[in-house]
Each structure stands twice: as structure tokens, then as C-alpha cells.
Design a protein around this ligand. Structure first.
Ligand code: PGA
Length: 255
């Protein structure tokens, strides 16, 4: 069984100012050592990525929260290309976050577009936190795994087996994001296991064994330990708690 290093991603979303980002970077820089079995990445807003690359400790990688679907640079006002992120020194990108799938002041991203972005990002040399997850009514209707499978299927079609080495799946039940409601460790474990089984059947058993599956949704210092103790939970994608010193309690919650 391959060792799966824990992956803890901090998702700052559309939060902060230059001053608050600098302050938070200072807190993280002084937060002590990161356990050897944990890999950490911070997904900053595009405008703060330069700052993070410059000032954040080098044992925390930098991530973007989105990139363009097309690999082409050029006359695409407002877009950021995966290759431009790589050029800047960015390592990771979050693709398929539910907030982007659902759309806020924009048209939402469907699973076909998400898959295309994942592929474009990988081809450019980024690693991808590929986010999936069901809504409250979908869990209540008992179709959690059907929803996750539908979200993964277009990516499974586009990605080669080698591509998957640079993908982590972030399972984020939408009803748990930013709500303070967390899936119980047992509930999360059950879905993580189903996701791994799906990958085994639809990609390959080797990829299923190696791929890291992060849990996301109101994860914080107080619940990280119990979640990370589950056999199929290989890390977290943390929103609210990544804007505070508590992020390091999540990191230190890894077994
Ligand atoms: P949350 O966000 O930790 O604030 O629930 C997680 C996420 O959306 O990635």
C-alpha cells in the first residue's frame, strides 16, 4: 500500500487585504514545524499570490483558486492562464470548488468545464485539488455518490493514469461548507471510501490506492484529528479556519 502523505490545503477564498494577508503569513511563519507526513498549500486570491510566494515560509506551497480552461494566453480579458501561474512559481490550483460550480455573480461551472480546467492545469505543470461534493437535498435524497460520480466522470475520461499522480480529490459536502456543520468522521469516511472505490473501477486500482482524498467543510482544529484518523481521509481543504492560527491545529491533527 503506498504511503499517502496528508495534504492540508488552506482556501482563503475572496478574503483579506494586503495588510491582513501579511499578518496571517507572519502567524504561519512563526507557527512551528510542519510534521513530515503532511504537505501544506495555501490557495490565495490571485492578487495576493505574489505576496505569498515572497513572504510565506517555503515549506508551504502556493495555490491558486481557479485558472482558465484554455491553455492559450492572449486576448482574454480578466483570465489567468495555468501556464502563467506556473511561470510565477505557483504549485497548486483548486478546480471545481462548489462556489464556482454553483456560480455567485457568474454562470456556474459544469463538470465538463471543470474537467477541461483540470486537464489544462495538469498539462501546464500544476497540481490540482479537484473539488466535488453533494448538496444537502442530494444527501437527503440518498444520491451523494451518484452526484460525486457524475462530477468525476468527465475528468476520468480526459485524464491519463499519469495525470492522476498530480491530482488530489477534495470531497466537500456543500452543506458543510462555511456552515459550521461538519460531516461526522464516519459519514465522511463512508463517502471517501465510495469515492476511492469509484476511482478504482473507473480509473484504476493503482490510482485509487495512491490518490489523496481531502475532506472539506467546516474542518478546524477541534475536529481535524478525528477526521484525519479515518483510513480514507488523506487531508483537508480548509476555508474559514485557514484564515486563523487554528489552521496549524488542523496541520498538527494529522496522525
Ligand atoms: P470551510 O470551507 O472550511 O469554511 O467550510 C471549505 C472550503 O470551501 O474549501
Amino acid at each position: 500500500m503506498p504511503e499517502r502523505k496528508y495534504l492540508i490545503g488552506g482556501n482563503w477564498k475572496c478574503n483579506g487585504t494586503v495588510a491582513s494577508a501579511k499578518e496571517l503569513i507572519k502567524v504561519f511563519n512563526e507557527a512551528g514545524t510542519i510534521p513530515e507526513n503532511v504537505e501544506v498549500a495555501i490557495a490565495a486570491p490571485f492578487i495576493h499570490i505574489g505576496l505569498v510566494l515572497e513572504e510565506l515560509r517555503k515549506d508551504i506551497a502556493t495555490s491558486a483558486q481557479n485558472c482558465a480552461a484554455s491553455p492559450k494566453t492572449g486576448a482574454f480579458t480578466g483570465e489567468i492562464c495555468a501556464s502563467q501561474l506556473v511561470d510565477m512559481g505557483v504549485t497548486w490550483v483548486i478546480i471545481g470548488h462548489s462556489e464556482r460550480r454553483e456560480g455567485f455573480d457568474m454562470a456556474g461551472e459544469d463538470s465538463e468545464l471543470v474537467a477541461k480546467k483540470v486537464k489544462t492545469a495538469l498539462d501546464a505543470g500544476l497540481k490540482v485539488m479537484f473539488a466535488i461534493g453533494e448538496k444537502k437535498e442530494e444527501r437527503e435524497a440518498g444520491i451523494t455518490m451518484k452526484v460525486c460520480a457524475e462530477q468525476m466522470a468527465p475528468a476520468a475520461k480526459l485524464l491519463s493514469e499519469e495525470d492522476w499522480a498530480n491530482v488530489a480529490i477534495a470531497y466537500e459536502p456543500v452543506w458543510a461548507i462555511g456552515t459550521g456543520l461538519t460531516a461526522t468522521p464516519e459519514m465522511a469516511q463512508e463517502t471517501h471510501k465510495s469515492i476511492r472505490d469509484w476511482v478504482s473501477e473507473n480509473v484504476s486500482p493503482a490510482v485509487a490506492e495512491a490518490v489523496r482524498i481531502q475532506y472539506g467543510g467546516s474542518m478546524k482544529g477541534a475536529n481535524a484529528k478525528d477526521l484525519l484518523a479515518q483510513p480514507d481521509i488523506d487531508g483537508g481543504l480548509i476555508g474559514g479556519a485557514s484564515l486563523k492560527a487554528d489552521f496549524f491545529n488542523v496541520i498538527n491533527g494529522a496522525p
